[in-house]
Design a protein around this ligand. Structure first.
Ligand SMILES: [Zn+2]
Length: 414
């Protein structure tokens, strides 16, 4: 290492050069190796570089030493390219000073002061993170079930839940108070908590105020940061929100079920409960006893002291209901119960037992195990073989979907 200009170390560097999108030089920097690299490993780190416009960043290593000295990692000379670049993207927000990108908004979502840089990729997710649809020049925001017209501060079509809010116009947006309220897509998937029932929508919880309107839940079961934003939810509530979030993020199939439940006209309430109190008998009148299965979805109805007669009998209309979930069964267990809810929503909860693979199993469990296995596939987990009875995988080890011919006729029209 003798003869190096850099305090006895070779003139070898980690470098970067930053250009804008016209290849105009903006800034550069480097870190030189030191004698610490002699005979051992030295980590070269360049401090964070703030990049606030489009352009090009070149990062490279080089040995400019005029003497014939090797600079490499001790183990492998090729390891010169053991280079890690971390790209931390900023949030899409308005920046306080130029150059900045984004829009300012009136409370009802009409934009003014639109800041854009030349050659910038258009950002279509704008007000409240909703996508602006500019086809046909309408400029409506996509709110999932409906479009929203920020020019009028109204929905151009009626709320499908209008009968739940008969005291308000079916076209109103956020109860006409967009500073206080957020308009959510549906209001159908709830979580029971010590602080009342809370609406779940894509990771955020909402509570209903005394005036009947929904606003983001920031009550005692929410942990807030210094700015008053929700960081996470506490205890079993947090466990449930995290489980739903994981299912939505990691399983496209589960996300489809959850989206359907969120947007349903029926109400579903997840009741997370760690106490396993399986098979608590409940008197349901007419000399019959229901069995409340804490891990299961609905009521089992037994003749007094007799065998199973029916289980939340299916109907053509569909219904909401309670989702009893024991968090110890994990997100797969929750996925299974959500599958029952999905069937209930469409009136497909069918407790009849059918012959399958040489045994008898309830249709609703064949279907729920199918849903569960689709989620297991998305998560890369091994499939569930049965509900305790006959095998519910086909010869190719794929999950079996069971639908009675009658239900197929009913639901699919063939
Ligand atoms: Zn089940």
């Amino acid at each position: 290492m003798a003869g190096s200009p850099n305090n006895g170390a070779p003139a070898a560097y980690l470098n970067y050069i930053l250009f804008d999108n016209q290849f105009t030089y903006l800034s550069s920097g480097f870190r030189a190796i030191s004698t610490a690299a002699s005979g051992s490993f030295e980590r070269l780190t360049i401090a964070d570089i703030l990049i606030n416009q489009k352009g090009y960043l070149y990062i490279y290593v080089g040995n400019e030493d005029m003497s014939n000295v090797n600079v490499h990692f001790p183990a492998t000379p090729q390891a010169w390219d053991d280079l890690k670049i971390t790209h931390r993207k900023s949030r899409i927000v308005q920046m306080p000073a130029p150059p900045r990108a984004g829009d300012d908004y009136c409370p009802f979502g009409l934009s003014f002061n639109s800041y854009k840089r030349p050659a910038e990729t258009p950002q279509k997710f704008k007000y409240n993170g909703k996508e602006l649809q500019d086809e046909l020049g309408l400029g409506w925001y996509d709110y999932g079930a409906r479009y929203y017209d920020a020019v009028l501060g109204r929905f151009p079509t009626q709320d499908r839940f209008a009968d739940k809010y008969h005291y308000m116009s079916p076209y109103q947006y956020a109860a006409n108070n967009p500073i206080k309220y957020i308009d959510v897509n549906g209001d159908s998937l709830w979580i029971k908590s010590k602080d009342g029932n809370l609406l779940y929508e894509n990771g955020t919880l909402y509570s209903r105020g005394d005036d009947g309107n929904l606003s983001e839940y920031k009550g005692k079961l929410a942990k807030l940061d210094k700015e008053g934003n929700v960081k996470r939810y506490k205890g079993i509530l947090g466990t449930t929100v995290n489980a739903l979030g994981k299912l939505q993020m990691k399983s496209e199939f589960a996300n489809g079920i959850i989206s359907t439940l969120q947007g349903s006209d029926n109400n579903f309430t997840i009741k997370p409960n760690n106490n396993t109190l399986n098979y608590a008998p409940v008197d349901i009148g007419n000399g019959r006893v229901g069995i409340l299965n804490n891990n299961g979805y609905a009521f089992q109805v037994l003749d007094q002291g007799q065998q199973l007669v029916d289980y939340a009998p299916f109907n053509q209309i569909g219904s909401g209901g309670d989702i009893n979930w024991n968090p110890s069964t994990g997100i797969i267990g929750l996925g299974h119960e959500l599958g029952h809810s999905y069937d209930a929503n469409f009136g497909m909860l069918d407790s009849r037992k059918v012959q399958i693979n040489g045994g008898l199993e309830e249709i609703r469990e064949i279907r729920a195990v199918y849903y569960e296995n689709r989620i297991r596939q998305d998560l890369g987990k091994s499939l569930r073989k049965s509900y305790g009875g006959p095998r519910l995988l086909d010869g190719n080890k794929n999950p079996i979907y069971y639908s009675t011919p009658f239900l197929q006729k009913l639901m699919l029209g063939f």
